[in-house]
Design a protein around this ligand. Structure first.
Ligand code: ADP
Ligand code: ZN
Ligand code: ZN
Length: 754
């Protein structure tokens, strides 16, 4: 259908764009005459969408309306504005995000949005601009009107500062007002202009000296293999660097990055959310100077934006960061490192779902780069890939300097209970070890996987526990602010004095959290300087950094905290690590709970005895015979792997089967249930050839969260292709049968099944 008017107008230009909405398709827009030729692929565009305007991303350009678009030409809307003249998104990142969205059955537009620094589309994040003054070279003095003393002073000041200064700097130093500067500008002596200033997250920090040591022969061998692979241009290769804690993996990474730069390529290193220690960032700055950009969640949006822009401009060729840094716009990337590759923080837990570790491998693959996955406790999947030859296996079996691994002991809390005749949170064994360690002037870390004061509140009269009103979860008591808090939705209420169910006064606080343990320790050891490290105490930017730096400098004797302190840090004077109630992890109904517990204990043991003194780890548990604990005590990774992999095979879990978790969520239970049942029928229809096993719908382990009921369907298939085909056909079919897809959330390769 076309009108006479459309026939005589010149051929319109069209742009295909994806938007940050949960829709799989791209949309076509007309480019108004005046914007023709200004749009490049990857640019952000302001686009009308329904009744709203949204920021979309240009992913295709057409001189004519694409013939496969079944759309009435007259209904096509115009682009409102081209936001970026130079696209923010490079062709490589366009391709990578498209692959990622497809792999995770997710949405390209949402993935592109997630790939850019948070807040970039809002007015708040802007380049920081300051007024600056520049001496105009070769200016000629106006002899008729010689410079005043003040003016001469300013010219001299500028000259001695290399000719350029910030406006405010001159005002501060010269003790003059703005007028002599403005007069100088009028007579053409100086120029006042606006300068882009980069916000530096490490501004004002002290940097350590660079360590210059000779690599051990194992480090040398590992680096050699990585470098040889790097030198083969545009050839993908994946390594698993399995090195015990303190074996010098970081040093291998740093030298490999150096070699990549020397070969004229850029490099990226991903680190877990919490392991990006202040000490580590500083170490990288010492080595790479302004060639390194840092991207992580505790930067201010402005700092993050500036670090990101330095990468985009090619001013920083090394990008270090957490999860979303996998999309950093580095060009000509030669090396991708994923440190602590098993870490759960690489997984994005809300839409768009992705695992940065797996995206990193694909990024290297697409770019013909080398990828190094490093860990002391590789993920089951990664070790399996190394065993089957998909990854090249590199091993650093020993700690640097012949230091032994910390010895670990299990403390059987059932015995402690028998001896004491009551439940104790801190065993006499642990208390004694703390006393001894402190007497030697050495430091202690106490780990507990639970924030707050108590785990839950129980009424002794009616037996009810106090639960969140939005979730099927018990509330945690936080004594500091006398509140009960839901750790899932952050619902808070004042701690009640009487039971809301039966009005009884006998409320009983069960199970200790970090707050309680830190209190108990402070009472028992008044002379020991203790800091608590968890999300409650470290809520503000810089707090965590301050405490860790203080601890590293010996200004604190003990850290008590959640797993935030378990990983990555290097505190040579820590010789005792105590783990309180490790059993919480083992009790979770999840496919990875044994693996998680094993990893956590091995990691935390790695914090002990990193210096010249031998380290010790004490683990309190009610299940000392559990295989994850026994192997963790022996620090026997392969022993654990061999046992766990058999369970995985028997139960049909990764790496043998590919999983998808489909969550159907709604405030109305009946509505969720109706949609889940339609989807299940469609899945059965799509699975006529029985390529996948389908379980559910059943209430999820967390059956109600944030006011929504959650029903879960689990799919298991022998191949990724079978899984996706079944899923895609079923979802389309379910929609035709009236399933409301807004209630359906698909997660491919879920990290947990809760
Ligand atoms: P990992 O990353 O495997 O836990 P690190 O790279 O942090 O281990 O190394 C542990 C400690 O040993 C660090 O203090 C590091 O500076 C030091 N180190 C690393 N390599 C060497 C070496 N070849 N010689 C001497 N010390 C080293
Ligand atoms: Zn009660
Ligand atoms: Zn809640």
């Amino acid at each position: 259908m076309s009108t006479p008017e459309a026939k005589i107008s010149p051929i319109p230009a069209y742009v295909e764009a994806v938007l940050p909405v949960p829709l799989r398709r791209a949309f076509t827009y007309r480019v108004p005459e005046e914007m023709r030729g200004t749009i490049k692929l990857g640019a952000r565009l302001m686009l009308p969408f329904g009744r709203r305007n949204l920021t979309g991303y240009a992913v295709g350009l057409h001189t004519e309306l694409p013939t496969d678009v079944e759309i009435d030409e007259l209904k096509i809307k115009d682009v409102i504005e081209v936001i970026d003249e130079e696209p923010l998104i490079t062709p490589e990142i366009l391709k990578l995000t498209q692959w990622t969205a497809d792999y995770y059955a997710s949405f390209w537009g949402e993935m592109l949005k997630a790939s850019l620094p948070a807040g970039i589309n809002s007015e708040k994040v802007r380049p920081k601009r300051r007024k600056a003054v520049r001496l105009i070279s070769g200016f000629t003095d106006d002899l008729e009107k010689p410079l005043t003393d003040q003016q001469q002073w300013i010219v001299d000041l500028l000259t001695s500062n290399g000719g350029t200064m910030l406006f405010t700097e001159i005002l501060e130093q010269a003790d003059v007002g703005a007028s002599p500067i403005n007069t100088l500008a009028k007579r053409g002596t100086v120029e006042v202009y606006v300068q882009d200033v980069m916000r530096d997250p490490l501004a004002g920090a002290d940097f350590p000296d660079r360590d210059e040591f000779t690599l051990t022969s194992e480090q040398h061998e590992a680096l050699d293999q990585i470098t040889t692979a790097l030198e083969k241009d545009a050839e993908f290769k994946a390594f698993l660097l399995h090195g015990v804690t303190g074996s010098g993996k970081t040093e291998v990474y740093i030298r490999a990055i150096q070699n990549a730069l020397d070969a004229g390529r850029s490099a990226m290193m991903l680190v877990p959310e919490i392991a990006l220690t202040p000490v580590f960032s500083r170490r990288l700055r010492t080595v790479f100077g302004s060639d390194v950009a840092i991207l992580h969640s505790s930067l201010s949006p402005g700092e993050r934006f500036d670090e990101w822009r330095r990468i985009r401009r090619g001013d920083a060729r090394v990008a270090i960061g957490t999860r979303s840094a996998v999309f950093a716009p580095l060009e000509n990337i030669g090396l991708v490192i994923v440190d602590e590759e098993h870490d759960a923080s690489y997984r994005q837990h809300e839409s768009p779902f992705y695992n940065a570790r797996d995206v990193a491998v694909m990024r290297a693959h697409l770019a013909g780069a080398v990828v190094v996955l490093g860990s002391a406790t590789p993920a089951m999947e990664s070790f399996y890939n190394a065993k089957t030859g998909k990854y090249t296996y590199l091993r650093l079996p020993d700690r640097i300097g012949g230091r032994g691994l910390a010895t670990a002991e299990l403390i059987d809390m059932r015995e402690v209970f028998k001896r004491a005749g009551k439940d104790l949170a801190l065993s006499p064994e642990l208390l004694e070890a703390i006393t001894e360690t402190h007497a030697k002037g050495e430091q202690v870390i106490i780990l507990l996987n639970r924030r707050g004061f108590s785990q839950f509140v129980l009424c002794r009269t009616c037996g009810e526990t106090l639960k969140c009103k939005n979730c099927d979860i018990t509330l945690t008591f936080h004594r500091g602010d006398n509140r009960l808090i839901c750790h899932y939705c952050n619902y808070r209420e004042k701690s009640p004095k009487i039971c809301p169910h039966c009005q009884s006064e006998y409320l009983y606080f069960v199970g200790e959290g970090t707050e309680n343990i830190a209190d108990q320790l402070a009472k028992k050891f008044p002379a020991i300087r203790i800091a608590r490290v968890d999300r409650d105490t470290m809520a503000h930017k810089g707090e965590m950094e301050d405490v860790l730096l203080k601890f590293a400098a010996g200004g604190l004797d003990m850290l008590v905290g959640t797993q935030m302190i378990a990983k990555g840090h290097d505190f040579p004077n820590v010789t005792l690590v105590g783990v309180i109630s490790v059993d919480i992890g083992l009790g979770l109904p999840d496919l990875r709970s044994a693996e998680r517990t094993f990893q956590l204990i091995t990691q935390v043991a790695g914090r002990s005895g990193r210096g010249t003194q031998a380290g010790k780890v004490l683990i309190q548990t009610y299940y000392p015979e559990h295989y994850a604990l026994r192997h963790a005590r022996e620090q026997d990774y392969e022993g654990f792997y061999n046992q766990e992999i058999k369970f995985r095979e028997r139960l049909g879990y990764p790496p043998f089967f590919v999983l998808a978790s489909v969550m159907i969520k709604h405030r109305d239970h009946a509505y969720a249930s109706k949609n889940a049942n339609i989807l299940r029928r469609s899945l059965d229809g799509a699975n006529a050839e029985r390529n996948a096993r389908i379980l559910g719908p059943a209430p999820a382990s967390l059956s109600r969260l944030k006011n929504e009921y959650r029903l879960q369907i689990i799919l298991k298939a022998v191949s990724r292709k079978a899984l996706r085909t079944t899923l895609d056909i079923a979802v389309a079919d379910a929609e035709e049968h009236g399933c409301d897809l807004r209630t359906v959330n698909v997660e491919i390769d879920p990290v947990n099944l809760m």
